[in-house]
Design a protein around this ligand. Sequence first.
Ligand code: PSU
Ligand code: MN
Length: 309
Amino acid sequence: MRPGTVFGMLTLSPEVADALDRRAPVVALESTIITHGMPYPENLATARSVEDVVRANGAVPATIALLDGVARVGLDDAALERLASSKDAAKASRRDLPALSAAGRTAGTTVAATMYLAHLAGIEIFATGGIGGVHRGAERTFDISADLDELGSTPVTVVCAGAKSILDLPKTLEVLETRGVPVIGVGTDEFPAFFSRTSGQPVDHRVDSPDELAAVLAAHRRFRLRGGVLVANPIPVEDALDGSDIDARVAEAIADAEAAGVTRKEVTPYLLARVNDLTGGRSLVANIALVRNNAAFAARTAVALASLG
Ligand code: PSU
Ligand code: MN
């Protein structure tokens, strides 16, 4: 695929276009984590270092975002810097893409929107920190992230560290089961809880290496299952935080969100910012470590997949 425009609305960087042409390993990276998930300048340092980790593990990084209305796949450093320092970047989930694009806006793309754009570009694997899911209290609010429906319908593999306890993990796993999304633990039989390696929630399938995951993904392809695959890679032991301590801060953040009357797409960014504040630097350090860990595993899996042909 040549750099430039695909379907009128997608611009690939020359490096990503060339890698896809050669069928070389490529890893997609999302950008709501940059615009709404971490404060400046840590967001910029993280975006750069995650790209470095992908390269160091043998793949080409493709950070995806909406810049001046154009969906870009593969950002240069100036674009990363602009996105990270922007005060008015929007948050684009799949349904926001048309209106934001028509208005020429700049936006971070969520897991859902990034999966969709990655698939259009022909990228099969994507690394992030945490996915959106079923919020606590969803039986009252109906707050369920569009990330889960996207995983049910778009064939991209998402490597994450589980989900933050701002979400209801058992309900999130139930919805993933309903949507037919394979959930695969990396070196674990439990779904990890983002800052901590365990959640008490079992996963049905486990792999212990990138090669094993590549074999599962090749089989997923052969079965022509139409949706994505969720890979749950626990935070490294040395970076993990004490679960009960974080949970208390998260509960506080959720109470604040309810008191402030926050709803819909504002909920997750509000909670992420509040949890960052309430835990001080510690949660941010852990967050950065787990994203890098996921990027490494995704890149090594992309390399293994490419060698399967
Ligand atoms: N969870 C995190 N960090 C994040 C997000 C979620 O720990 O940055 C972002 C991701 O981009 C995810 C989005 O796709 O929030 C989900 O938003 P919502 O719940 O509104 O669908
Ligand atoms: Mn929501």
